[in-house]
Design a protein around this ligand. Structure first.
Ligand code: GLP
Length: 237
């Protein structure tokens, strides 16, 4: 594991963007695993800036996102598809058809989960997976107590996650109770993983994840055994 302590959020975002852009420059046909949440927004902004300067070309790149809420249409402004379009894809030259997010309104969620795993293997697997960290140690929407061997699946969100994510919705009742998420197994199969964590509030859970016992109670703890993990932190606030 490589652990980089950045000075602040902007520094963390620039360092993460550097790693993602190096990946795309070295392998233009990369498959990027992408994440939502407030943490990666600065990383996406930095990548957009470098794209506008002509430094990165995403035309051959594909992406697969970690997760999506069940029941939200892609054009719902709280869906993760909408988040990715507005925070990243709409501003770069990635082919939208090469960007993938689980379909939260699929009639058959089990079939959708299977399709998503098959898609990832057809693409040749994920070259670099960007991750944020949930306040309870979740990764994607792999909540505490979930099986490490899960591939893409449907989960019921914990009360803690519903509460943490309500800030993005008009009120707590609007927060979906279920999501489709890549499983820890699929995440661990990424060739490289880049975990970004910001804010003092996440310092303890990150310490448990990186140095505590490897346990489904802290899903991110499984990352300890990945052989190419980079963690960038910003704990100034
Ligand atoms: C959501 C996402 C996770 C993300 C987490 C943390 O639950 N499913 O992928 O890591 O939020 O979000 P934030 O970066 O806003 O703290």
């Amino acid at each position: 594991m490589k652990l980089i302590n950045a000075k602040d959020y902007n520094d963390m975002s620039r360092k993460a963007a550097n790693i993602l852009s190096a990946q795309v420059i070295i392998k233009p046909r990369s498959v990027l695993g992408l994440a939502t949440g407030s943490t990666p927004i600065g990383t996406y902004k930095q990548l957009i800036e470098w794209y506008n300067k002509g430094d990165i070309d995403f035309s051959e790149t594909s992406s697969v996102n970690l997760d999506e809420y069940v029941g939200l249409q892609p054009d719902n402004n709280q869906s993760y598809r909408y988040f990715m379009n507005t925070n990243f894809f709409d501003h770069i030259n990635i082919n939208k058809n090469s960007t993938h997010v689980p379909n939260g309104v699929a009639e058959d969620v089990l079939r959708e989960a299977k399709r998503y795993d098959e898609l990832i293997s057809t693409l040749g697997g994920i070259d670099l997976q960007l991750l944020g960290l949930g306040p309870n140690g979740h990764i994607g929407f792999n909540e505490p107590g979930g099986a490490f061997e899960n591939s893409t699946h449907c989960v019921s969100l914990t009360e803690e996650t519903i509460t943490a994510n309500k800030r993005f919705f008009a009120n707590i009742d609007e927060v979906p109770r279920k999501a489709i998420t890549m499983g820890m197994k699929g995440i661990m199969q990424a060739k490289k993983i880049l975990l970004i964590v910001s804010g003092k509030a996440k310092q303890d859970i990150l310490t448990r994840a990186l140095y505590g016992p490897i346990t489904p109670e802290v899903p991110a703890s499984l990352l300890q055994i990945h052989n190419d993990l980079t963690v960038i932190t910003a704990f100034d606030k």
